[in-house]
Design a protein around this ligand. Structure first.
Ligand code: RB5
Length: 144
């Protein structure tokens, strides 16, 4: 299952990405925010989504806040989470080909909606390269 979540800063972009996913025929579950709430906190949404992805290889997620950074920090506290921030096509592709990121983080205040759609599609469609060097590096991270 694909999960998506945002705080208030990412809320409008989340709603746009949901429409885009539906248009592509890709199913997803929205873990909030369910409405624009200026006082909400990104770690709450990062935790809700990371718990769905942690330990479940078949699941992945998209987290959106203002910068994408806070979501990334919070999600990476969870075991088995490889959350990566993407802001251009190269980082979106590397997030999956090199890092096998099971969570993509996007910053709604730095990435415009059209770019965000492109980055999300790249991340969804690409695959982990499986190269020995990338596996070795990810295993080292896992052991930290
Ligand atoms: C919320 O104002 C903002 O700090 C948050 O969305 C995010 O950008 C944090 O990294």
């Amino acid at each position: 299952m694909l999960y998506i979540a945002s705080d208030h800063a990412g809320f409008p972009l989340k709603e746009e990405l949901k429409k885009y996913l539906s248009g592509l025929g890709i199913g997803f579950e929205d873990l909030g925010a369910s409405q624009l709430e200026l006082g909400d906190d990104y770690p709450d949404f990062a935790a809700a989504l990371a718990q769905k992805v942690s330990g479940k290889d078949e699941n992945k997620g998209i987290l959106i806040c203002g910068t994408g950074q806070g979501m990334c920090l919070a999600a990476n506290k969870f075991k088995g989470i490889r959350a990566a921030l993407a802001h251009d096509e190269f980082t979106a592709l590397a997030a999956i080909e090199h890092l096998n990121a099971n969570i993509l983080c996007l910053g709604a205040r730095v990435t415009n909606p059209e770019t965000a759609k492109k980055l999300m599609k790249i991340w969804l469609e690409a695959e982990f390269s499986g190269d020995e060097r990338h596996k070795r590096r990810l295993e080292k991270i896992e052991k930290l």
